[in-house]
Design a protein around this ligand. Structure first.
Ligand code: AMP
Length: 179
């Protein structure tokens, strides 16, 4: 093989310029997930990394985080919890508002999704500024959970998300230059 596993994962991610708005380079994982080897390799990488860390709950961030988080929870034998956009969860929720470049966004979780002291792994497809993950971690802690790590397929180092959540153990598989 000429490429290592991480390079092969990276080569399966498609970049769509100017989506959803001008200037954004959208890192599209649909091309990675539709590839049987690619999807399996991503999950196997995470399983290898977290296999010996006791994890009670995988907390996945809407919506691409659900795909990776669901498969990972199954492999680790953990429970699976969804951190969702406003108004999607049917039961009583705890919520957190967080700042975007323009305006605010909201993340919600069911109040009964985590019991105090449970060890939680936060999962999303991509770490950009870290604002979404930072808010999700705070919400998990409000519910009494312990954040044992944050896992991403992709990190965009220029946006310094890893620094924003450096109080946690942060792990990712591939990096892309630019915003
Ligand atoms: P942030 O809160 O800035 O770390 O943004 C992370 C969230 O926005 C993740 O849920 C990503 O799916 C999404 N996101 C941000 N930037 C990109 C990008 N360039 N390509 C694809 N998804 C992105």
């Amino acid at each position: 093989d000429l490429m290592n596993g991480h390079d092969q994962i990276q080569s399966l991610i498609r970049t769509i310029p100017d989506f959803p708005k001008p200037g954004i380079q959208f890192r599209d994982i649909t091309t990675l997930l539709k590839d049987p080897w690619g999807f399996k390799r991503v999950i196997d990488e995470f399983v290898g990394h977290y296999r010996y860390s006791p994890i009670d709950k995988v907390v996945a961030i809407e919506s691409r985080g659900f795909v990776v988080g669901g498969a990972l929870a199954h492999h680790l034998g953990s429970g699976f919890v969804m951190a969702r956009k406003k108004g999607k969860l049917p039961g009583p929720v705890e919520r957190i508002e967080y700042q975007l470049e323009y305006g605010v966004d909201v993340i919600e979780m069911h109040k009964d999704s985590i019991r105090p002291g449970e060890r939680c792994l936060i999962v999303d497809d991509l770490l950009a500024t870290g604002g979404t993950c930072d808010a999700t971690c705070k919400l998990v802690e409000t519910l009494g959970g312990v954040v044992v790590g944050c896992a991403f397929i992709i990190c965009l180092p220029e946006l310094k998300g890893a620094e924003r959540i450096k109080r946690y153990d942060v792990h990712w598989l591939v990096e892309f230059e630019g915003e």
